[in-house]
Design a protein around this ligand. Sequence first.
Ligand code: AR6
Length: 170
Amino acid sequence: MTPTITLVQGDITEQSADAVVNAANSSLLGGGGVDGAIHRRGGPAILEDCRRLRAARYGKGLPTGQAVATTAGELDARWVIHTVGPVHSREEDRSELLASCYRESLRVADDLGARTVAFPAVSTGVYGWPMDDAARIAIETVRTTRTSVEEIRFVLFDRRAYEAFARQMG
Ligand code: AR6
């Protein structure tokens, strides 16, 4: 089955979904934007899990383009899937790395058995990615990734982001 792709404008921490994706950084220790909001609203259990993951597997940090799951704490979700987007001005092969964030998050979601996954527009805030290009990569990638996830929901913070994703949906 191909997943249904939906777009909503809103705050990702208010979503009800099996898994909510976090636009994290490689330290996994929190930050601003989506990351800050998820840790604030999800509570300390998420950070505790992140610290455990760092100690066990990601002492050097979670590489750009990869994804890993933790508890969702007090969010209305079972898991948070943390992925590290590329910085637009810095990374080489950055389009491939951004696509990898979506592919790897869906792979982790499949491993968990998640049926609904909410994504933010990874890399389009602090990491400086132009919204239209990020939306194109996001939509193209989830459309071409084999997954058992049934609903992929993009949660866009403002009208501009929502419209950029809507244009790519065609
Ligand atoms: N719900 C949905 N979207 C949001 C929310 C929210 N609550 N808050 C912001 N956005 P960003 P990045 C939008 O900066 O570019 C952090 O410090 C925002 O408008 O969260 O991948 C991390 O720790 C933008 O369109 O993520 C990293 O260091 C999009 O979400 C770094 O930022 C992504 O913006 C990651 O930067």
